[in-house]
Ligand binder design. Structure first.
Ligand SMILES: CC(C)(COP(=O)(O)OP(=O)(O)OC[C@H]1O[C@@H](n2cnc3c(N)ncnc32)[C@H](O)[C@@H]1OP(=O)(O)O)[C@@H](O)C(=O)NCCC(=O)NCCS
Length: 210
């Protein structure tokens, strides 16, 4: 995962905090869908996050290591997940965290007006369309609220589940990298890169060209 771009972040918070000082702690962005609440991660989520992040079917597919303890998860929440534009996915039915979704800048999304979408979900919840549902709302937020021009999304070769999510969302294939470094796992993999532009998103959702 890349780190958030500070310029975009600061402009965004400056606008949201206008006239009231720095209220970023008091007014976190919360998004909502039919079945989900998307809200910032806090260290109190460590236990529930660890429940799913300790499963070897989750992190390695997305390029990160299996979490080793609740304390390890707490540290990762503090240092990686608790940033602007990364959301804890809460199932309304239970009120508990089940995964993560977010937008970030990295080598793929370097410009201020583009970000990459990333996500993961606890195994017991796979196959219910929850991440596509969350991603639809995050894409709306990206194009409408943040004013992004392009959202990238990528998956490692063989990750058919993530490939399928990106197809269902309407991302368009761009290119394949034969050898992408996966720094947290100390290896390289083949990676496939997809893109959605604001025009494509608008056309898909309103049937109108931009
Ligand atoms: C990729 C992931 C986020 C998908 O989330 P999801 O909410 O289950 O997505 P969907 O319900 O739309 O399922 C997507 C596809 O996964 C497959 N799938 C669903 N449940 C499955 C299961 N229990 N076992 C195997 N495959 C399954 C199906 O092919 C499905 O496509 P379909 O809707 O056409 O049947 C989730 O599998 C995950 O967290 N994987 C590990 C982390 C990861 O790969 N992150 C993305 C990195 S790029």
């Amino acid at each position: 995962m890349g780190q958030p771009d500070c310029r975009l972040r600061d402009v965004f918070w400056a606008e949201r905090s206008a006239g009231t000082g720095d209220n970023r702690k008091e007014t976190p962005m919360i998004l909502e869908t039919k079945r989900l609440i998307l809200r910032p991660w806090t260290e109190d989520d460590a236990e529930e996050c660890f429940r799913y992040a300790k499963d070897p079917r989750v992190g390695p597919a997305a390029g990160w290591q299996v979490h080793t303890s609740v304390e390890n998860t707490r540290e990762i929440i503090r240092n990686v997940l608790a940033v602007l534009e990364t959301y804890c996915i809460i199932l309304k039915e239970t009120g508990l965290p089940v995964g993560s979704i977010g937008l970030h800048h990295n080598d793929l999304a370097v410009r201020d007006d583009e970000m990459e979408l990333g996500y993961w979900l606890g195994v017991p919840y796979w196959g219910q369309g929850l991440v596509p549902e969350a991603a639809e709302e995050v894409l709306r937020h990206a194009f409408q609220d943040l004013g992004l021009a392009r959202v990238w999304c990528a998956y490692y070769d063989g990750n058919t589940k993530s490939k399928r999510v990106q197809e269902k969302l309407g991302f368009r294939y761009q290119w394949t990298n034969e050898s992408v470094p996966v720094p947290l796992l100390g290896e390289t993999r083949m990676g496939h890169v997809n893109l959605m532009t604001k025009e494509e998103w608008r056309e898909a959702h309103h049937g109108l060209p931009a």
